[in-house]
Design a binder for this molecule. Structure first.
Ligand SMILES: Cc1cc2nc3c(=O)[nH]c(=O)nc-3n(C[C@H](O)[C@H](O)[C@H](O)COP(=O)(O)O)c2cc1C
Length: 350
């Protein structure tokens, strides 16, 4: 079993960096800022700091969970985490299932020595929670000195994966009991099919235990496309899911800490996500590609530059003001939002 888990994690990275596995439509392209011709701020004085639950970030960004569990992953995780530390942004580990199955693989997830101050988010699939004791999950986080646990919901990916999980009964209750029993706040995340309000509100009763959501919506990496390249049958499901901007608007409206991800491809997309209501914006695939091109540093620096440009051009002094900047939502995203009863004029007439 653990050999299969190891092999799969390596294949995921290889496919994501070498094949076109993006959704056909990036819904964030339908979101535009209202340009403010008269700017009254200095570029050098822009305040990009953001809050990540109990932590503070220098920039409102996160590299979300991708890898671990095989030798090369150790190098990748350490490089990504060190870059996050340098820029003061959050870092997510990939699924830690492999290290529960084989504790010798724990070192492929250890990054705390290169990232001493930033939030490190551990990771496990919701379906795995049914198989492990809460104590094992707690130990798993402790042994890599993580601060939070991301529990990923990836039903679509599991269904397309020939060897994927098919049993999900009892998962919500299990997340609830794990949230109660472990010492770490939990972030519920998707992997590219999107958490909307219908799902987020199911955690309402345990909101004090669930610290937030990473919406991971449709518009970026398509996990059904990835699994199809590994031999699965995605059929008509490669474009299934809730679009990222819709998820951001809905989940943030519930008042939960919201990480926007799924198709965030640069600092301007991150700025749009914040204007839609997100606390911070994250991405996975673009940073893995940057790692392999040896352009990780440059990429994060460029995200910062584009974020600041968007802030200055909307006359937003800080991240809070950027969150109130006027945006126009058009095209398929506008249609989708209107169908769901989201008032898009509210974003335009701020
Ligand atoms: C190579 C790769 C591996 C991933 N592995 C995990 C994982 O182990 N656990 C998880 O929760 N999400 C995983 N993801 C999903 C991402 O965290 C993210 O939610 C998704 O890819 C959408 O973001 P993107 O469009 O910026 O890639 C992975 C993504 C990539 C690209």
């Amino acid at each position: 079993m653990s050999v299969q888990t190891k092999k799969r994690k390596g294949e995921h990275v290889r496919i994501c960096v070498s094949k076109d596995v993006q959704h056909e439509y990036n819904w964030l392209d339908d979101v535009e800022f209202v340009h403010k011709a008269l700017t009254t701020l200095d570029y050098g004085a822009l305040d990009t700091r953001a809050v990540f639950l109990r932590h503070r970030l220098k920039l409102p960004f996160m590299i979300t969970g991708m890898t671990g569990g095989y030798q090369e992953a150790r190098k990748i995780n350490r490089a990504l985490a060190a870059a996050c530390e340098k820029y003061g942004i959050a870092f997510g580990l990939g699924s830690q299932r492999a290290m529960i199955e084989n504790p010798a693989l724990t070192e492929t997830y250890r990054v705390r020595d290169v990232a001493p101050t930033i939030p490190i988010v551990g990771n496990i699939g919701a379906a795995q929670l049914l198989k492990y004791e809460s104590e094992q999950i707690n130990d798993m986080l402790k042994s890599v000195e993580a601060d939070y646990l991301a529990v990923h919901l990836n039903t679509l990916q599991e269904l397309v994966q020939p060897e994927g999980d098919r049993e999900f009964a009892g998962i919500r209750e299990r997340i609830e009991s794990v949230a109660r029993e472990i010492e770490y706040p939990i972030i519920i995340k998707e992997t590219g099919a999107g958490i909307g309000w219908e799902t987020a509100r199911m955690f309402n009763g345990i909101f004090s235990k669930v610290a937030g959501f990473d919406v991971a919506g449709r518009g970026g990496t398509s996990w059904s496309k990835v699994e199809e390249l590994r031999g699965g049958d995605a059929g008509p499901f490669s474009e299934w899911g809730n679009p990222t901007p819709v998820c951001i608007a809905e989940v943030s409206e519930l008042g939960a800490f919201t990480i926007a991800s799924g198709g965030i491809r640069n600092g301007l997309d991150a700025a749009k996500a914040i204007a839609l209501g997100a606390d911070i914006a994250g991405a996975a695939c673009p940073f893995m590609r940057a790692y392999y091109k040896k352009r990780l540093d440059e990429t994060i620096a460029q995200w910062e530059t584009y974020l600041k440009r968007a802030m200055l051009l909307t006359n937003s002094r800080n991240i809070e003001e950027l969150g109130q900047a006027s945006i126009i939502i058009t095209g398929r995203t506008a249609e989708y939002m209107l169908a769901k009863g989201i008032n898009i004029q509210e974003y335009a007439q701020r």
